[in-house]
Design a protein around this ligand. Structure first.
Ligand code: GLU
Length: 493
């Protein structure tokens, strides 16, 4: 049975892919992977005014970067508008829908009155009663009309079992005869979306919770068109710590997938993190490889409660959820080095400090250095910022380090050049030899080893902290270390 699973991800291309949309895409993708089903990418571009080509490209790029693969598409909803219109004609012919000639003003007036009387504000069904002859007459008079669904009368209800939210029931009497085609002939989204799902034989509609209020109306369309109703799974919302829905309008770029890429997230780390939002993993586990995630994933495990995504707007250092950062750091530090190499390369290239020899004669050095310095990094961007001194002689000295480790100990101005000479004279520049020289020198001149070590670190790497200093020195290399220590006298002025 599982072989027939068809899911879809149908973004409206009115902006970038944000993390809420990405999470929905990921759940669809995981479900398709898990069941051996098919994932269709459908671009819901029928809102011509708000849809843009740049947004379509941006969404596709973000999906690809995340590693989400689809089996069909991108299909474009706008190519199927005639099909949506003929579905409406079919519904008219089978009397599941009717033409409504009520003008906007009339409808507004009725709504106002109903509101004043605290009555039922839904459409009162005036045109539902029109005889076929009256309809013909009104049309002949050139009166514009919308097409409305004729919601069944009586005691019945639309009832379905949402995989996440459980049983949902709407009584017919509470459902308005909703519009499916506007008076300008434009089908409404509710109709287009359902007709596309019917054509694509979608078996599971996995989407954001905002779709929950449409599901019962779409089910009426399915039923009226004689199509099997898919299963629905609505995902809880992603909120910020103030409990506001994550949205482009409110959070801007901070919630865009491309923002995470630009700030040094590894794609799989972001996928892993987003999956955890609102999904109770077995034994509260946090780190999953792709295979493990596919194995463990289940729609039933998704929480109804909304999840919180920590957007810390004003602190660039912690611009996002701490859990997201710790997951990213985990992958950055533990994936095989050659898997993160392309990302390091990208960052160094962006910073203008990539050396083609890192792939040739300096390859061993490069891989070893990446391995050493990544142990303290959180983002791929750290290689070009906090790790810059390993790849370039032009690197800044952190002001805090300068203050704490250099300016506070002016006596180092004398010792660091002496140390430079001693290190330079070493026959073999090894971790043990560098350590011995430094410790001997501290003893000989009665300098606290910590003071010397911190001073050297600041000069050689520009950083306050980092991996073990003697390893650092070997990674930076004998000549460069000696050179930097000699030139350090300038830092004391
Ligand atoms: N285009 C809709 C959206 O972006 C899709 C809703 C659905 O999955 O049915 O919200």
């Amino acid at each position: 049975m599982d072989q027939d699973v068809v899911v879809r991800f149908p973004p409206s291309p009115t902006g970038y892919l944000h993390i809420g949309g990405a999470r929905t895409a990921i759940y669809n993708w995981l479900f398709a992977q898990k069941t051996g089903g098919k994932l269709i990418l459908r671009i819901e571009d029928t809102d011509a005014e708000r849809s843009t080509e740049a947004s379509i490209q941006g969404i596709i790029e973000s999906l690809k970067w995340l590693g989400i693969t689809w089996d069909e598409g991108p299909n474009f909803q706008s190519h199927f508008i005639d099909e949506h219109r003929s579905a409406a004609q079919k519904l008219l012919a089978s009397r599941h829908a009717y033409k409504c000639f009520c003008s906007k003003e009339e409808l507004e007036h009725k709504r106002q009155r109903a509101m004043e009387q605290k009555g039922d504000v839904k459409y009162d069904g005036t045109c539902r009663q029109l005889t076929p002859e009256r309809v013909v007459e009104k049309e002949a008079d050139g009166m514009p009309y919308t097409i409305r669904m004729k919601v069944p009368e009586g005691k019945g209800s639309v009832c379905f079992e949402d995989i996440v939210y459980g049983r949902i029931e709407y009584k017919y009497k509470d459902i308005e005869d909703f519009v499916i085609v506007r008076s300008n002939g434009q089908p409404l989204y509710l109709l287009s979306n359902a007709v596309d799902d019917i054509r694509d034989k979608v078996t599971h509609v996995i989407r954001g919770q905002d779709g929950l209020s449409n599901a019962h109306r779409q089910i009426l369309i399915y039923q009226a068109l004689g199509a099997p109703v898919p299963q629905f799974a609505h995902m809880s919302l992603t909120l910020d710590p103030q409990k506001a829905k994550i949205s482009k309008r409110r959070h801007g770029e901070l919630v865009a997938v491309h923002f995470y890429k630009a700030h040094g997230f590894l794609p799989w780390a972001l996928v892993n993190f987003l999956v955890l939002l609102g999904w109770a993993t077995p034994e509260s586990r946090e780190i999953f490889s792709k295979e493990e995630l596919i194995e463990a994933f289940s729609l039933k495990g998704i929480n109804r409660a909304n999840s919180i995504f920590d957007v810390r707007k004003n602190d660039p250092k912690y611009f996002t959820d701490p859990k997201a950062i710790s997951i990213n750091a985990h992958y950055l530090r533990h994936l095989p080095v050659d898997e993160i190499e392309p990302y390091v390369r990208e960052e160094l290239t962006k910073a203008g400090i990539w050396d083609a020899e890192y792939e040739n004669t300096k390859r061993q050095w490069f891989l070893k250095t990446v391995e050493l310095i990544r142990s303290r990094f959180h983002f791929t961007t750290d290689f070009a910022t906090r790790g810059r001194a390993y790849f370039s002689d032009d690197y800044p000295i952190e002001p805090r380090a300068l203050k704490k480790n250099i300016h506070k100990y002016p006596e180092l101005k004398k010792w660091l050049p002496v140390l430079a000479d001693r290190l330079f004279e070493l026959q073999e520049f090894t971790v043990a030899a560098a350590e011995a020289i430094i410790r001997d020198m501290a003893a000989e001149f009665e300098i606290k080893p910590g003071v010397l070590i911190n001073g050297i670190r600041t000069v050689v790497t520009g950083q306050l902290a980092g991996p073990g200093l003697f390893d650092v020195l070997v990674a930076v290399g004998q000549n460069r270390v000696a050179d930097r220590l000699r030139k350090s006298v300038a830092l004391f002025d």
